[in-house]
Design a protein around this ligand. Sequence first.
Ligand SMILES: [Zn+2]
Ligand SMILES: [Zn+2]
Length: 296
Amino acid sequence: MEVINPGWTQKDIDEQIEKFRLKKYVVFDYLTMFQKIFKAQYNIEKELTINNIYPSISYEDINSRIKKGLPVLEANNIHFDEKLLTSLLKDISNILSDYPFSEDFFVNNLTESLIFHSLILYEMILNMLYNNQKYFKDLSERLGVKSSMILFFGKALSAPFLRCCAKTLIKHINLESMKINRCPVCGGIPMMARLLKGDGKRLLECSLCNSQWVFARLMCPFCLNEDQNTLSFIFIEEDSEHRLDTCDQCKMSIKTLDERKQEEKGLDTLIVEDIATIYLEILAVKKAYLSLKDPL
Ligand SMILES: [Zn+2]
Ligand SMILES: [Zn+2]
């Protein structure tokens, strides 16, 4: 079984966003805000090449890491250029400051704090990739900013680098029949799932590098629960293409694009579907399921 790189261009993203313009369940301004963020990320990604940001790794090394249950990328070895990170941070902050959606987006507060506390962005990203929860808790207290906001920036800034590595490495990964619930490329948690039209296979997409891989249909990707009495899904009448898969054992939920319910098949990158279906996350919180947007 292969790992898949959805590989999109800015034009694909723009066309996909346009399709959501008249959908009632979409907050279109929120989507266009992310359209600008995707563009800022893409502008960095298209200038990067893996040779400049990651040491060369053999096919054997890749698959021996996978067999040991390790992600292919060793986070320490990724060269995150601090200047590029800072410039992307400024771009994203400028975009966000035009859209005061919620208290989570008190962005100026964060950027000023980052400068004032001379935070090293590269360090923040490494702590995110190594899932150092204490770091996020401490930093959140020190800066007076929610840890979900810091995590948002960690993801947004690292994405161009991780996507660049993933695009190349993905071709060499052989997952066979392994059930992996973390991204085989970078170790990230899944952001969203996709049910394919033809064979109904379920793909998970990484929240960090956007690689996709096949996962069991009837299993919680967070706690690996298979008890069908505690696994369920919710959707609203106005939008049958998307649903929220829930697990009552770990209280996690994951949004799914059900391609079997789609009339026409487009590229449908999940980074756009994720933003367009923010209403499902609100529904998840209402039903007391945990949010993927908080540090786990
Ligand atoms: Zn990944
Ligand atoms: Zn679960």
